[in-house]
Design a protein around this ligand. Sequence first.
Ligand SMILES: *[C@@H]1O[C@H](CO)[C@@H](O)[C@H](O)[C@H]1NC(C)=O
Ligand SMILES: *[C@@H]1O[C@H](CO)[C@@H](O)[C@H](O)[C@H]1NC(C)=O
Length: 258
Amino acid sequence: MYRNCNRLSVAGTRETAFIYAILSAGVVHATTRSCSLGNLTDCTCDMTRYGEHHVEGWKWGGCSDNIEYGLQFSKKFVDAPEMLTQGSNIRNTMNLHNNEAGRKITEQLMDHRCRCHGVSGSCAVKTCWRSLPMFRQVGDALKAKYELSVPIAQRSKRQPRRKGKTKRRQPIKDDDLIYVHKSPNYCRPNEKKGILGTSGRGCNKTSSASDSCDLLCCGRGYNTQVLTYVSRCHCKFVWCCHVQCKTCETVLEKHTCK
Ligand SMILES: *[C@@H]1O[C@H](CO)[C@@H](O)[C@H](O)[C@H]1NC(C)=O
Ligand SMILES: *[C@@H]1O[C@H](CO)[C@@H](O)[C@H](O)[C@H]1NC(C)=O
């Protein structure tokens, strides 16, 4: 699996763009989280605004996630291999841009969490802190960016430029994913390119999204398996002290591509 990912990550396609961006975002996220947990010696929570009042009436408190540290660390660590050859070729430009896009998107999703203080939670005093998004949100945002990723012209080395005529004047944004090569056909296995094909993949018969059998199976159709799951259910607490359950059977249809 890892080898396959590795080969996909050298291809220069929009999938490559996604892999670079999510890796870079993952480093930001994990590093920042570790700062807040006190697991790193070089960083802690971001306390720069601690105690200050916000115009909306609340007070900075708690542990603000130190995303600045995470961003810097990701830039140093994830960009390092690319920096050796910066600007020398288009793939290099592409990778650096997508690394940065992963960081930008994580940063954009930063939010506030608050806590109320006062008599029985009356919220007489409210303290808030900056909080990382859940990584799932980062993944969803990157997936949306992946769907809209921008092809760039082969000759744009330092500054990426859009490929094609129609939208040439629209600038590429910092948080856009960019790619150089068209994606290969992922339907059929291609060992040389590290593509497994979609035969055997589980798919959703009723979905019309990317997990639908129509799309995933590339028109080859699918097999249906009827599976019976046995699980414990209708559990009751019996005084004292054990839990009594019934056994339930669930019948599920499972579809896999031919
Ligand atoms: C932080 O440290 C604790 C205790 O040493 C450990 O259990 C936890 O997995 C660490 N978390 C991260 C994100 O590294
Ligand atoms: C399949 O797709 C439908 C429609 O999008 C959805 O409601 C359902 O939960 C999906 N089933 C599974 C097993 O993912």
